[in-house]
Ligand binder design. Structure first.
Ligand code: AKG
Length: 307
């Protein structure tokens, strides 16, 4: 998988020079490329940056990162009982501003999506990633594709925009082969469609056929979401995949941004500290190259609808 570099001078007032250019960048993203901005298009004031670099995550046993939920203007991952209330309010204000700036930028940049995406959580990642002590399924240094345990997407794609705000250090990623290749590596070539009403059975049989174990209980998900969640866990738990899979290293410098569909690009972060991130859920009807979407790839393998 490659990196598509977007220099400032390619943009006109922060926007692609034409609709065709915007569609082309969307198509490249959907096919698994990372769009990389050597100089971030998101303005963060020096004061806010200084403040962020002084923050620690006090509640990291429960939450991997500090999350901001823009739709309800709430932070989680901060221990509000012990944290300084002024500092929490300031962090909330910065995250609110960051979320708005990224949304505004991408509304102008990814024009084919703007009527059909949903703003999801933003996050602040103050922890050093190298050597983090996390439960295996929470580890981000193991290659994985993303799925959210509590937020099934019903086929919407997971698009994430990152900022490396560390003053000097790179944020070091590795990415693997594209989703379709990885899924087919583990799935048999034919999986019999199931009769009506057996949608979730199909999700299970697809999962079982590629050795993903039982379905994950509780939250109501479509067979598609069920598969994506188990596939995330399967990749992290699969030692031979982690050891032998293709790994392309990318080091994102201080002050850069990048965005990627993390539901299909297997990725891991090996080192780095201090990043900001905003997630969008892009609905199937907005996609310019839906054949690359994990939903279409899995439906083609299964031979039937999965949502
Ligand atoms: C994820 O959030 O899925 C990651 O793998 C972490 C990426 C990062 O924080 O750079």
């Amino acid at each position: 998988m490659g990196l598509v570099t977007i220099e400032r001078e390619y943009l006109v007032d922060g926007k692609p020079s034409s609709d065709a250019q915007a569609r082309d960048w969307c198509a490249q993203l959907e096919a698994g490329e990372i769009l990389y901005f050597p100089q971030t298009p998101i303005a963060i004031s020096p004061d806010d940056l200084q403040f962020l670099l002084g923050q620690q995550q006090t509640d990291s046993s429960l939450h991997k990162n500090i999350a901001y939920k823009p739709n309800i203007d709430k932070l989680s991952g901060v221990d509000t009982k012990t944290a300084d209330t002024q500092a929490v309010a300031r962090l909330q204000g910065i995250m609110r501003g960051y979320s708005r700036s990224v949304t505004e930028f991408l509304t102008g940049f990814l024009t084919p999506y703007r009527a059909n995406w949903q703003l999801d959580y933003a996050s602040f990642r103050p922890q050093e990633e190298q050597g983090r002590d996390l439960a295996l399924r929470k580890r981000n240094d193991l290659l994985h594709t993303d799925a959210f345990p509590t937020r099934p997407t019903y086929g919407a794609r997971i698009l994430r925009f990152f900022n490396n705000i560390h003053p000097t250090r790179t944020r070091d990623w590795v990415v693997g082969d594209p989703f379709e290749q990885v899924v087919r590596q583990f799935a048999p070539s034919q999986i019999a469609p199931q009769p009506d009403g057996a949608g979730s059975k199909l999700g299970k049989s697809l999962g079982r056929a590629i050795g993903l174990g039982a379905a994950i209980p509780s939250i109501k998900r479509s067979p598609y979401d069920d598969f994506m969640m188990r596939f995330h866990n399967f990749l992290k738990e699969n030692e031979s995949f982690q050891r032998d899979c293709v790994k392309h290293p990318w080091q994102f410098p201080s002050g850069s941004s990048w965005m990627v569909y993390t539901d299909t690009v297997p990725h891991a972060v090996l080192a780095g500290q201090y990043a900001l991130e905003q997630t969008f859920l892009v609905k199937p009807e907005a996609l310019v190259a839906p054949e690359h979407s994990p939903l279409k790839v899995l439906e083609a393998i299964a031979g039937t609808a999965l949502i």
